[in-house]
Design a protein around this ligand. Structure first.
Ligand code: SF4
Length: 248
């Protein structure tokens, strides 16, 4: 199979037509039934990450969870991951940047650790590279991701099941049609914790430089705090093309 071929036992158009109105639970059940242990998931251990982890591990308790450590995560993110790992006995696979975080700043001319001048370059080498490495080494046939259509314009036209030539796997988005209200209701009903920074106004949580993550003000879009003031809404890992730093 070449990178642009899709496995011929699955017809995404037909699957998407049948899953479009399905609950996240049903979508995960379908994915687990179709891909079994070749299904992994991504988690940033961000604001609402406990939700998809909870849903997925109820169906596949030992599912491999890929976590990317860019070297610039908040300490609270590591603590949160440990909290969830213990509570749900998670099978987390952490993939780290190959760069020493301090050395990278020096080598790339980033003189202020709290601000990135060249976000595209930093995301390409510290986030996208370990993500591609993880997908190459674990070579799953599909992965679960937590994106939602109402988070960003770049996500509005996503399908629940999408072939990714970049990762040679299907990206499956069980929460694609969920609203913030539904997320909140599920979190509450299942007594799931939010990331510790959530209550401090961080609605979407990535890396710690202020150029990359900041708290939002009341009424702001939840993702307004990511790369605030920049023409950027994605770190690039959800873009379905081969890594090209000019596109990230
Ligand atoms: S989000 Fe910021 S710190 Fe993290 S990899 Fe991208 S540019 Fe670097």
């Amino acid at each position: 199979m070449t990178l642009t071929d899709t496995p011929n036992d699955l017809k995404p158009e037909e699957v998407n037509a049948s899953l479009e109105g399905a609950s996240p639970d049903r979508i995960i059940q379908w994915a687990a039934g179709h891909f079994g242990n070749d299904l992994v998931m991504w988690s940033s251990f961000g604001a609402e990450s406990a939700l998809l982890i909870h849903m997925a591990t109820r169906v596949l308790p030992d599912i491999r969870i890929i976590m990317i450590d860019t070297g610039y995560l908040f300490p609270e993110t590591h603590q949160f991951m440990e909290q969830l790992r213990r509570r749900f006995d998670l099978n987390v696979w952490t993939y780290r940047t190959k760069n020493d975080p301090i050395a990278y700043l020096h080598q790339s001319g980033e003189d202020n650790p709290t601000w990135r001048k060249d976000i595209e370059a930093c995301c390409a080498i510290n986030k996208n590279e370990p993500t591609e490495r993880a997908m190459r080494e674990l070579s799953p046939k599909a992965w679960l991701r937590g994106i939602r259509r109402n988070q960003a314009d770049t996500r509005r036209n996503k399908a629940i099941v999408e072939w990714s030539a970049r990762y040679s796997a299907y990206g499956i988005s069980p929460l694609l049609n969920w609203t913030g209200r539904e997320i909140y209701a599920y979190m509450k009903a299942n007594n799931l914790p939010y990331h510790p920074l959530y209550e401090k106004g961080y609605a979407s949580i990535g890396c710690n430089p202020l150029s990359c993550t900041r708290p939002i003000q009341p009424g702001e879009d939840p993702r307004a705090g990511r790369w605030s003031g920049q023409d950027k809404v994605e770190c690039g890992i959800n873009i379905n093309t081969s890594l090209d730093s000019s596109q990230l």
